[in-house]
Design a protein around this ligand. Structure first.
Ligand SMILES: [Zn+2]
Length: 105
């Protein structure tokens, strides 16, 4: 679901859609809350605009963080089969690699 689709649903005050990732959920809930606060007169339009920009900026950063995290998990999964071989080797490179992997270095 695109960010624009998420915003349309949030503006309508819809229920939280299924299958959104963490960044998208936060975007939806933040925008739904923002639209609600604006429409009820709790915040003026200029403040709502500023807050919407900030919400989108965080959404972009959260999306990027999520992608990096998923990419890291995928790399870890791909390297997992090598861990036993690396643990069995006592060369300097493998020992250092393991120490970094285990957070010792
Ligand atoms: Zn080695």
């Amino acid at each position: 679901m695109s960010a624009l689709d998420i915003e349309k649903l949030a503006a309508q005050g819809a229920e939280l859609p299924d299958k959104l990732n963490g960044a998208e959920q936060l975007l939806f809930l933040s925008l739904r809350n923002l639209y609600s606060a604006f429409r009820s007169g709790k915040i003026p339009k200029d403040i709502a605009k500023i807050e919407k920009t900030r919400i989108y900026r965080e959404y972009e950063q959260n999306s990027l963080n999520l992608k990096c995290w998923m990419s890291g998990l995928e790399k870890e999964r791909k390297l997992q089969h090598m861990t036993q071989e690396i643990k069995a080797c006592d060369c300097e490179i493998c020992v250092k690699y393991l120490r970094i992997l285990e957070g010792i270095e």
